[in-house]
Design a protein around this ligand. Structure first.
Ligand code: IMP
Ligand code: MG
Length: 176
């Protein structure tokens, strides 16, 4: 099978949108400290670029949660592969994700982190595919709402590849 990638969101559009999101986040958290939780691996590119635009005191933290296998469909099975290494009690936690699809991963993660008593807990995602939602999840900051297509780039992978593309593309498969 031949893989074809068509640009959906350009690098400049992503950068402009991150400027806008950061402006809102900086206002919302004025006078506060922000504890970013990146969901590995897809959230890395977005979190790093977003963090560069944050002007309130901020720390970068990582968790690894698995929900997908090597295909393009959610398994509905979620596992914490790597946890935070400190307490988040009393902190302003902002989860940074690449994409909210079925919502299963995030709703699970939100419940888990809520139980650890943060001061506040919000969710920021680069992409949202609302048509695919199976589990309700409240998203506070969204980069782009996209149609139901499998996308790669800017952290998003297909079978672990294409995360390094500096744009978002729709991947399709053709017989050779
Ligand atoms: P959810 O639990 O179905 O919301 O899945 C969320 C996770 O699935 C994301 O963090 C991604 O890792 C992965 N995922 C969902 N849709 C896509 C896509 O279009 N491309 C790449 N990964 C995706
Ligand atoms: Mg992910």
């Amino acid at each position: 099978m031949k893989e074809r990638i068509e640009t959906l969101i350009s690098t400049s559009a992503i950068e402009k949108r991150m400027d806008e999101l950061a402006e809102v986040i900086n206002k919302d958290y004025a006078g506060e400290e922000l504890y970013l939780v990146c969901v590995l691996k897809g959230g890395v590119f977005f979190m790093v670029e977003l963090a560069k635009r944050i002007t309130v005191p901020v720390t970068l933290n990582f968790m690894d949660v698995s929900s997908y296998g090597n295909g393009t469909e959610s398994s509905g099975h979620i596992k914490i592969l790597m946890d935070l290494d400190e307490s988040i009690e009393g902190k302003n936690v902002l989860i940074v994700e690449d994409i909210v699809d079925s919502g299963r991963t995030l709703s699970h993660l939100v419940e888990l982190l809520k139980s650890r008593k943060p001061k506040s807990l919000k969710l920021c995602t680069l992409l949202d595919k609302p048509e695919r939602r199976v589990t309700e999840v409240e998203v506070h900051y969204t980069g782009f709402t996209i149609p139901d297509a499998f996308v790669v780039g800017y952290g998003l992978d297909y079978a672990q590849r294409y995360r390094n593309l500096n744009y978002i593309g729709v991947i399709s498969f053709e017989e050779e």
